[in-house]
Write a protein that binds this ligand. Structure first.
Ligand code: SF4
Ligand code: SF4
Length: 295
């Protein structure tokens, strides 16, 4: 099974639209929405939910000051240095429960936030896994890993040849969880100053994990100078720009109407997306235009 991750340095570049188009054109693929902080691929692909469960990844220790005797055992035991002045620094706590087990005064309890929900469903183009983060959930890297793990297991079990991952924006822990082990990263970038910087950081992240990258320049006509700069920088890095898609009102309209790109795209938009799909499939080593047979 091949794994294709679609990335962008930040949100709003059209990453999900491109991911949806690739899924549609693959005909049948396993799909993972790893953009867990703003999942919206399911809004376009409209899966019918077949299974869901609650995941608790963000429990944190909490010290009751009334019961704490200030013995210091927990401070010494916490290898994440999450306890300072007999208070738990929530961002540093990994929820390992060690301190709660050790505390001789029984002063430490674990707070469990409302669970994150993980969903599996059937779309017209293949099965899909996605998640909805609990309010206040910070451990999105762990949730991304779970979504990928579920999708990979289902893909292997059911014999899918392709897993399409809508990756997390940015470069932090969730992105690393989205990209590691992928066969190919498709970077969707828009030609703005920040878009160029974000793209370069995303390319660096992929290169660090030795994942080959391709670039899709979206809305390439909104800033011709920046588009040229991106192409020059990609050329100097040896990264191929496989598509230059101008700002197309029909694609923006499709996203607004929660429709897949190919449901509305005609003419130029459809041609560009098909060409992009062919190039991506060629690079990843799967046959293109296999609608209905990639399973
Ligand atoms: S181990 Fe318990 S009693 Fe000791 S300092 Fe920590 S919270 Fe307080
Ligand atoms: S739960 Fe683990 S990580 Fe969190 S404060 Fe306690 S010992 Fe440290």
């Amino acid at each position: 099974m091949k794994q294709l991750v679609v990335l962008s340095g930040k949100g709003g570049t059209g990453k999900t639209t491109v991911a949806a188009a690739l899924v549609e054109l693959a005909g049948r693929a396993m799909i993972a929405d790893c953009d867990v902080e703003a999942p919206n691929l399911h809004l376009l692909l409209k899966p019918e939910i077949t299974k869901s469960y609650t995941l608790n990844v963000s429990r944190k220790a909490s010290i009751d000051p009334e019961r704490c005797t200030r013995c210091g055992d927990c401070v010494e035991a916490c290898r994440f240095e999450a306890i300072r002045e007999f208070r738990v620094e929530r961002h540093a706590c990994e929820g390992c429960v060690l301190c709660a087990r050790l505390c001789p005064a029984g002063a430490i309890s674990m707070e469990e936030p409302e669970g994150t929900e993980v969903f599996m469903g059937e779309t017209p183009y293949g099965e899909m896994v996605w998640a909805r983060l609990a309010v206040g959930e910070e451990a999105s890297g762990k949730v991304v890993s779970r979504v990928r793990m579920e999708a990979q297991a289902a893909a292997v079990e059911k014999g899918y040849q392709l897993l399409v991952i809508d990756g997390s924006p940015g470069i932090g822990c969730p992105v690393i969880a989205s990209v590691t082990g992928a066969d190919l990263a498709l970077m969707v970038a828009e030609p703005t100053l920040s878009g160029r910087h974000d793209l370069l950081r995303a390319l660096e992240t992929a290169a660090f994990f030795r994942i080959p990258s391709l670039v899709c320049l979206n809305k390439c006509d909104i800033n011709v100078e920046e588009a040229e700069r991106i192409k020059e920088e990609c050329a100097s890095l040896g990264v191929e720009v496989v598509a230059e898609i101008p700002y197309l009102e029909e694609l923006a309209e499709a996203a607004r109407l929660c429709m897949t790109p190919l449901e509305v795209a005609e003419g130029e938009a459809a041609r560009l997306l098909r060409r992009l799909h062919e190039k991506v499939m060629e690079r990843i080593g799967l046959p293109a235009s296999q609608k209905g047979t990639l399973h």
